[in-house]
Design a protein around this ligand. Sequence first.
Ligand SMILES: [Zn+2]
Length: 129
Amino acid sequence: MPACPSCDSEAVVKNGFIHNGKQNHRCQDCGRQFVANPENKVISDETKSLIDKLLLEKIPMAGIASVVDVSEPWLQGYVNEKYASVPRQVNVRPNKSRLPINRLISQAVTSGSTVLIAEMPMIVAGAFG
Ligand SMILES: [Zn+2]
């Protein structure tokens, strides 16, 4: 039986099933109900900022997931979301005026976006390759 996510008590009993068929549990100490599902555990802001740093170090996603103890599917979703929210300023310029990569990076930095724009393709390639 999983421990209670609120009080860490192991006095936990089964408590029926939730809408999607997953086993629901109830803590006998604090009364909290929960579904044991590590994929859906809440990732703290601290963990996220650590992940951000590790991503900048070009560490493969599998390595990050194992170090910060999150699932790879979660991490992939997190990175995708992050990537989607980064303004794609690099793509604004037409191909004919393609800049050297170091210009692109310094441009991204000076324009206030992060270097992630330049590094993301590598990270994604590492994750899916
Ligand atoms: Zn509890």
